[in-house]
Design a protein around this ligand. Structure first.
Ligand SMILES: [Zn+2]
Length: 77
């Protein structure tokens, strides 16, 4: 299941190999299938610090993800 592009997330296509000078990005990935949105800008910086930003947490939950105790995309729930 592909995630909808949101203001703070871009589609995962071609995410490998971050371009030099590219804005910060953080890959939220399901540990089972590897799918998930990529966070950008301040959300990425927060997530890199080990904290999933509240709006991201809420978006994942609304989108059918399991967040606790660990990430699972809607395909695995
Ligand atoms: Zn999955």
């Amino acid at each position: 299941m592909r995630c909808t592009v949101a203001e703070w997330a871009v589609d995962e296509g071609g995410s490998d190999g971050v371009l030099e000078g590219a804005p910060p990005a953080f890959d939220v990935a399901c540990p089972v299938c590897g799918d998930g949105p990529i966070l950008a800008a301040t959300f990425a910086q927060t997530a890199r610090g080990g904290i999933l930003p509240d709006p991201v947490h809420q978006w994942l939950t609304v989108s059918g993800w399991t967040v606790v105790p660990e990430l699972r995309c809607p395909d695995q729930t």
